[in-house]
Design a protein around this ligand. Structure first.
Ligand SMILES: [Zn+2]
Ligand SMILES: [Zn+2]
Ligand SMILES: [Zn+2]
Length: 274
């Protein structure tokens, strides 16, 4: 059995949010544990990760990730909570001594930011790969295929979410995005994709948003549509993640709210098997 680890579960400003004292942030200070959230990122295995934001060092230490072993790093988009290009520049000889080449994959916004921070790329042992929507990337050594899907999010570039084939299973990391557009459903239908694990963003929780990000209602509707159209295998895990404190729910409150829909609430360090 394989698993994916959620390394961070917050939106851009983390929880407790820096400079904030709202009820959710106050509760987080009081409760600690799952209410403390770093910026979102994911570990598929020791060599394959998705997103690398400003909390990457803290995540490396807390979860003993040994990030020197990463070989394939995929980015959803270049927003600062998902990509900290300066951290990648620490691969230079004066800062660290990386042995393997790091393959970095992303859209044009990601490629530009990484190239600007780590130039020339050879000195940083980085190979940059430009991703295009719906053009699969094969990782034969990992028995994985990454499908870049079209996110409804950052309008200045080509934001993506990912469906990943791993062995005989499929997982989806659906973040950051509003309700996915029809092209994505068509692609899944044409490629006969049935998911065994979904981690979907729910940035807004109780807020009424469906474009750019999703609140609770669109996230629940997304799950229902996947079920009714046969895109979820029986027993598939369905987890929400990437939360804003402005969504007005603590971890326990979110569990009470989403539990009845068969939806688990993500937290830092959560391991989801598939
Ligand atoms: Zn984000
Ligand atoms: Zn707050
Ligand atoms: Zn974003």
């Amino acid at each position: 059995m394989n698993s994916i680890q959620i390394l961070g579960s917050a939106a851009a400003e983390a929880i407790p949010a820096i400079f904030c004292n709202c009820r959710v942030c106050q509760e987080a200070w009081k409760n600690g544990g799952k209410d403390f959230r770093m910026r979102s990122a994911y570990k598929i295995n020791d060599r394959v990760r998705v997103d690398f934001g400003p909390d990457s060092v803290a995540q490396d230490h807390r979860f003993k990730l040994h990030s020197e072993n990463i070989k394939h790093l995929f980015f959803t988009h270049s927003h600062e909570d998902h990509l900290d290009p300066d951290l990648l520049s620490f691969r230079s000889g004066g800062m660290s001594h990386p042995e393997n080449v790091l393959n970095v994959y992303g859209n044009i916004g990601v490629v530009k930011k990484v190239a600007a921070a780590a130039y020339p790329l050879e000195d940083y042992k980085i190979d940059l790969h430009l991703l295009k929507y719906f053009e699969p990337v094969e990782l034969p050594d990992e028995d994985m295929t990454f499908y870049p899907m079209k996110a409804n999010h950052m309008l200045t570039e080509f934001p993506m979410y990912f469906i990943i084939r791993h062995g005989g299973k499929h997982i989806a990391i659906i973040s950051d995005t509003g309700v996915p557009e029809e092209e994505n459903w068509k692609f899944m239908r044409e490629h006969n994709i049935r998911l065994d694990c979904v981690i979907a963003e729910c940035t807004g929780l109780l807020l009424d948003i469906a474009r750019g990000h999703m609140g609770g209602e669109p996230t629940i509707a997304l799950k229902k549509r996947m079920e009714s159209e046969g895109f979820l295998n029986p027993g598939a895990s369905y987890v929400i993640n990437h939360f804003s404190h402005n969504g007005k729910l603590t971890h326990r409150e979110a569990e009470e709210h989403f539990g009845p829909y068969g939806i688990q609430v993500g937290y830092d360090g959560m391991i989801v098997e598939y």
